[in-house]
Ligand binder design. Structure first.
Ligand SMILES: Cc1cc2nc3c(=O)[nH]c(=O)nc-3n(C[C@H](O)[C@H](O)[C@H](O)COP(=O)(O)OP(=O)(O)OC[C@H]3O[C@@H](n4cnc5c(N)ncnc54)[C@H](O)[C@@H]3O)c2cc1C
Length: 378
């Protein structure tokens, strides 16, 4: 079987107008420099190298495409799911840098849905321009899967909360200007009650950040410590005591935004390239990659059906489905890439980077529990 015969097929191209496709293709042709493509191709983790991300974010912002799924009212591109998928696949095909902005993908949509008009006017333009970069402060040393065990204290003092405690595994905190976080506003409360969802400037006195180094030497995640950090009580989403609801909503948004066919297609192409560079490619590996190609198409169909509300489950359960299916497919693809090129640093880094995906944004076991409940299983 020829390797080129199963390069990932794009489903549903006819759902996107030819004029839109031409506009996207022309933009990418003009703006993607060889350096940006090299950075995109070299990406092993969730984001490309920082300089490339910054340059690419600026180009997208100037074109009005920084936030494909936001409504135009708030400065987004206002694209349909099919348009967004086309753009994502086109970027993946051409090795555009992966920017994966937490502001655009997670907290921005929550501010659009539940923020005050003042918060929308202040934060959304700064997220779009990348002036503000956000990280997520949920997990704590004793609160991961069971997030409701979190203990970061938010003590109300006049117009401020005073924060004491710490967060862990905070991705990209080293670059972030802001953190959205969940804290316990009522010290007597237990479980998911008594929490507040805060929007915090990370340069406030009393915040300190320490990187956590992983096996591959990268330090994408951090510990963040809060020592009497004052932050305005108005910088919150929702009511005091009702933070859990906002966090749940955000996690549904985050999980469905983290799982994209673009990432799968990129990993698939990287694995194909590893195989092409092998002198005598293993026929078994070729078949595995052919199978992944169909499974990516199937995943894209699932993503579309979730987007159109075509699956009779709660948003929580459908985003869990997307997360589990995409994570396991991503891991299988990078494993095949490593099998094809066992001594390659790039294949190895990509393999390690995708192992973490079954832990972050909720572990696969937790998502399976959610799906099981949706199916009415005990
Ligand atoms: C690379 C990386 C990036 C991350 N980025 C962030 C971030 O930016 N912000 C943030 O807040 N957090 C982040 N996290 C933290 C992540 O969300 C937690 O690690 C995750 O929720 C699991 O929590 P834990 O590590 O405490 O493991 P635990 O909750 O202690 O789980 C240990 C094991 O037990 C299993 N388990 C636990 N409870 C159940 C159950 N009820 N049923 C079945 N199995 C169960 C789990 O699946 C897991 O296998 C990140 C983690 C990683 C690895």
């Amino acid at each position: 079987m020829a390797l080129d015969s199963f390069s990932a097929r794009k489903v549903g191209l006819d759902e996107v107008a030819a004029s839109f496709r031409a506009e996207v293709d022309q933009f990418l042709e003009k703006e993607l420099t060889p350096e940006l493509c090299t950075a995109g191709r070299a990406t092993t983790g969730l984001k490309s190298a920082r300089a490339a991300c910054k340059e690419w974010e600026k180009k997208l912002y100037d074109r009005g495409w920084a936030a494909p799924m936001w409504p135009t009212l708030h400065g987004g591109a206002g694209w349909s799911d099919a348009q967004r998928l086309y753009f994502e696949n086109a970027c993946a095909d051409r090795d555009a840098p992966i920017v994966q902005s937490s502001g655009v993908r997670t907290i921005g949509p929550l501010i659009i849905a539940d923020g005050t008009p003042q918060q929308q006017a202040y934060y959304l333009p700064r997220i779009l321009s990348s002036e503000h970069e956000w990280c997520q402060g949920f997990s704590e040393p004793q609160a991961g899967s069971d997030l409701s065990a979190l203990a970061l204290k938010a003590h109300l003092d006049g117009d401020d909360f005073i924060l004491n405690g710490n967060k862990i595994w905070t991705s990209f905190a080293g670059f972030a200007t802001h953190m959205f976080l969940l804290a316990r506003a009522d010290p007597e409360s237990h479980g998911s009650a008594g929490m507040v969802f805060l929007l915090l400037e990370l340069d406030r006195p009393g915040v300190s950040i320490r990187p956590i180094r992983f096996i591959d030497g990268d330090a994408e995640t951090h510990e963040v410590f809060f020592d009497n950090v004052r932050t305005p009580v108005d910088d919150r989403i929702g009511q005091i005591g009702d933070g859990w609801r906002s966090a749940k909503r955000l996690m549904e948004i985050a999980r469905s935004n983290n799982t994209t066919t673009g990432l799968l297609r990129r990993a698939h192409r990287a694995a194909l390239m590893s195989l092409r560079s092998a002198r005598d490619p293993d026929p078994g590996l070729i078949l595995r990659l052919a199978d992944f190609s169909s499974r990516i198409d199937a995943f894209e169909m699932l993503e579309k059906r979730v987007g159109t509300g075509d699956i009779p489950c709660s948003p929580g359960a459908t985003s869990s489905m997307l997360k589990v299916v995409a994570t396991e497919l991503h891991q299988a693809i990078t494993e095949a890439g490593l099998d094809g090129f066992p001594y390659g640093d790039f294949a190895l880094s990509k393999y390690f980077a995708t192992r973490a995906a079954s832990i972050y944004s909720g572990t696969s076991e937790i998502h399976r529990n959610i799906i099981a409940r949706a199916l009415g299983l005990p």
